[in-house]
Design a binder for this molecule. Structure first.
Ligand SMILES: *[C@@H]1O[C@H](CO)[C@@H](O)[C@H](O)[C@H]1NC(C)=O
Length: 433
């Protein structure tokens, strides 16, 4: 890529900002959530009426791509002469500086994993180390130089609002970041950390119950987490769970990511530039659409239909010549049913709808050739039909409240940053303890 191409890409990027079309994982999102007609009750008024100024602690679990990650290189063996071999800890996700032409090829190398079929775990490559940035710094303003972009500011607006009500990090506010490239099934330490943090937060707040707010992939981690706890523990510690944009049952962006690469909504990046690294992320295999939540074929050619079953997806990977490690990661991550087990805690879904959302890759001639993406209603990432299954099923499985708030025109990322939805979240926090 030459200088002029670089400049034109940057100009293109600035143009995107100008028109505000930028959106996390959902490029079509232009509409805004509907106003709720009811008056919004503020946390402050409820607190002064009901229980003085005591705030119940909040734990926050972000989604795929929603934790900042830093890297360190020590004698890293690159295929490109222009890539650095040594570099002390630096922020690499999200960092616009590593996404520019050429440098992105270095990023693509050191941010990839190596799969070990023995331990069925994915490791950093030799010479590269990575770790999530902890605390609120790790999930607000993913690239601090670009925090004026809503999707990159990510949790910044919600945290800012919570802080104005007196929530304090380490006292009543506990954001927990993690390496979202890994499968939730291999985040054992994260599960221990979540449990420890909930108990600690309760203890230092005179035994009060704790709220859990999760976005996207964080919702999966939460369901798996709740499935591991006893009902007694959940009754003792959990006030509410507020899942924002739960991608239950998987999303087509996983297959699109594995086939073509997804750019996470960052306009200067093309999917193909990050494809080889994304194929090594176990989390993308975890998000492959699953039966029984998905029922229609996810990929079609004029002569063949691939259904969202383990067998068909293996066939699909074979037909596209994916390596054995991809098959292994698919097996490791196939849902055993625990993902959609009712959590046994009061649950308040915030779900976007009304946007075009991929549900099928349709090849016009042969697999891997020209294709169309078939769309249906959803939040731009997860189809409504799939996302609302839990709203219908869980009330049958548990006695605790299950409420679903559907926000017309809200995209996958809007449930974190939209003012009206944030107000709703705060109302839930204030009215349940
Ligand atoms: C990673 O997850 C897979 C699939 O659940 C499991 O078989 C394997 O033991 C895990 N490995 C580690 C090291 O956690």
């Amino acid at each position: 890529m030459n200088f002029f191409e670089t400049i034109s890409k940057i100009l293109f990027f600035l143009l995107f900002l100008q028109f505000g079309v930028f959106s996390f994982l959902s490029p079509d999102n232009e509409k805004k959530p509907k106003e709720k007609d009811q008056d919004l009750i503020t946390l402050a008024s409820i607190n002064s009426n009901n229980k003085g100024m005591q705030l119940d602690p909040i734990i926050i679990l972000p989604g795929l791509g929603g934790s900042r990650i830093e890297a360190k290189l020590e004698n890293f063996d690159s295929n490109h002469w222009f890539c650095k071999e040594n570099k002390d800890w630096f922020s690499t996700w999200l960092n616009i500086e590593v996404l520019v032409p050429e440098i992105i090829e270095c990023f693509n190398e050191y941010f990839s994993f190596e799969y070990d079929p023995e331990t069925r775990y994915s490791y950093d490559k030799k010479g590269a180390s990575t770790r999530p940035i902890t605390g609120s710094k790790g999930l607000e303003n993913l690239d601090p130089t670009l925090s004026f972009i809503e999707a990159i500011a990510y949790f910044a607006k919600m945290l800012e609002k919570l802080r104005t009500f007196g929530y304090q990090e380490g006292k009543t506010l506990f954001p927990i970041t993690y390496d979202w490239r890994l499968s939730p099934r291999n985040l054992t330490e994260l599960f221990e950390l979540v449990k420890y943090t909930i108990e600690y937060a309760s203890e230092i707040n005179s035994g009060s119950k704790v709220h859990l707010i999760s976005h996207s992939m964080g919702c999966f981690i939460s369901t798996l987490f709740f499935a591991q706890q006893t009902q007694e523990w959940k009754d003792r510690y959990i006030a509410t769970w507020i899942p924002l944009s739960p991608p239950m049952g998987g999303v087509m962006d996983s297959l699109i990511g594995l086939f073509y690469g997804i750019n996470f909504g960052i306009p200067i990046v093309t999917g193909s530039e990050v494809l080889s690294m994304e194929r090594t992320f176990p989390s993308l295999y975890f998000f492959v659409p699953h039966s029984p939540y998905w029922t229609k074929p996810v990929v079609t050619t004029p002569t063949k239909e691939y259904y969202p079953t383990l067998q068909d997806i293996h066939q699909l990977l074979s037909d596209l010549d994916f390596p054995q490690s991809s098959h292994d990661m698919l097996d490791d991550n196939w849902d055993d049913g625990s993902v959609l087990t009712a959590p046994g805690v009061p649950t308040f879904f915030q779900i976007g709808s009304g946007l075009n959302t991929p549900i099928q890759i349709q090849y016009s001639d042969h697999l891997g050739g020209d294709y169309n993406i078939i769309q249906a209603d959803g939040d731009g990432c997860t189809p409504s039909e799939v996302m609302t299954i839990a709203c219908e099923e869980w009330p049958k499985q548990q006695t605790q409240t299950v409420e679903c708030f559907i926000w017309g025109g809200a995209g996958h990322g809007d449930t974190v940053s939209d003012d009206v939805i944030i107000e709703e979240v705060i109302r839930i926090l204030a009215t349940h303890s």
